[in-house]
Design a protein around this ligand. Structure first.
Ligand code: UT7
Length: 347
């Protein structure tokens, strides 16, 4: 049957949205800190102490993993866990900064591979805030009654584009590959679902965490004569600067979510922060006075998977029982742009 998903837009009929199913996928190939020290000047002690990361997943050439294929695996799991089929999905929102193609975005690859009629596919590029932004967009679609079930996918294939020499060690040891997904659906009466979404940006810091190389202002820049790839073709990060802003903005945007919902930190069952650096998460935890069981981290195993990180963490938290239906969960992110945001919800 043909999809007829463009429902009439009626602002008088506002709905609540909730996440009904989550899923994730990470490549099989584990890269430990010791593995990294075989090809750059780094060591396990430095990486653990400064970031909390013990290992990450990096795709292996020929393993078939791309941002889209990993996203499709996560999406399949999320749809199944939501108790739905792909035919129930009305729209796709795909968040990534490492798409298979410069254009079109990965959303259409999900539509094609999962044979989802001709439903719309929105692509967004909000880096570490990608899952927050994507979920906020899905929430708005469901709230207005435009769609009933929106598939949010967040996936990153970053490892091939990292500077794996000592020159790039301040950044490349942090990042990993993987995908997460969630289905945002109309909530039943009485379910609070997604209670608030907040998004922010501050473009004056765009060059503090950036990859200029694929941008149209830079794609003709020549490689240098010795064949050494210029830094602009790799992600660049002013780590200290980003760290200092991250801790402030995380605090602000979580505070904003709590204030909007007239809640205190002790009413959050679980905070799932973007997995950028364990030290950032611990700083926020301490400042908010949260117990260990109120914060979910898995950066130790996966590193920083940019847009995918919160989606992977949420899926793992559900899978391991760290969070359960009915829990009050706060998602929060900060990253390139700078952009940052939070989602407060009842699962
Ligand atoms: O996800 C998006 C948002 N991103 C973030 O939130 C990341 C925020 N920033 C960070 O997490 C941290 O700044 C980093 C983990 C990236 C870096 O940690 P840091 O404590 O800020 O280290 P640093 O950059 O100040 O470097 C300290 C020292 C330097 O050596 P000297 O100059 O003190 O001799 C670096 O050269 O550590 C050296 N260094 C390393 N040594 C071993 C930098 N990277 C490495 C490495 N292995 N991988």
């Amino acid at each position: 049957m043909a999809h007829t998903h463009n429902k009439s837009f009626n602002t008088e009929q506002m709905h609540r949205a909730r996440i009904t199913g989550v899923g994730h996928y990470v490549p099989e190939n584990i890269v430990t800190n010791d593995d990294l020290s075989t090809f750059m000047d780094t060591n396990d002690e430095w990486i653990r102490e400064r970031t909390g990361i013990e290992e990450r997943r990096w795709v292996k050439e020929g393993d078939g993993n791309t941002a889209a294929t990993m996203g499709i695996k996560a999406a399949t799991m999320a749809i199944k866990n939501a108790g739905l089929t792909k035919d129930d999905i009305d729209h796709i929102v795909f968040a990534t900064i490492s798409p298979d193609y410069y254009f079109p975005g990965c959303g259409v690859q999900v539509q094609e591979a999962m044979e989802m009629g001709t439903i719309g596919a929105t692509d967004i590029r909000n880096a570490c805030s990608g899952f927050i932004y994507a979920t906020s967009i899905a929430n708005a679609f469901v709230q207005t009654g435009m769609y009933e079930n929106v598939l949010v996918v967040a996936a990153e294939l970053q490892s091939p584009f990292l500077d794996k020499t000592t020159r790039g060690r301040g950044l490349s040891v942090i990042f990993g590959d993987g995908a997460g997904a969630a289905v945002v659906s109309r909530a039943p009466e009485g379910h609070k679902g997604i209670m608030s979404c907040h998004m922010h940006s501050e473009g004056k810091h765009k060059e503090e965490l950036t990859m200029k190389g694929f941008g149209t202002q830079h794609w003709l820049d020549e490689y240098d004569e010795k064949g050494i790839i210029p830094e602009i073709h790799f992600p660049q990060m002013n780590g200290n600067f980003v760290f200092k802003h991250a801790v402030v903005r995380f605090g602000e945007v979580i505070g904003e979510a709590l204030k909007t919902n007239r809640m205190m930190p002790d009413q959050i069952d679980c905070l799932i922060p973007h997995q950028a650096n364990l030290r950032i998460a611990q700083f926020i935890q301490k400042r908010m006075g949260l117990r260990d069981d109120q914060v979910f981290n898995n950066i130790q195993k996966y590193g920083n998977t940019t847009a995918a990180s919160i989606a992977i963490a949420l899926s793992e938290a559900v899978q391991t029982g760290a969070v359960k239906e009915g829990d009050t969960i706060c998602l929060a992110a900060f990253g390139a742009g700078f952009t940052w945001g939070s989602v407060l919800m009842e699962l």
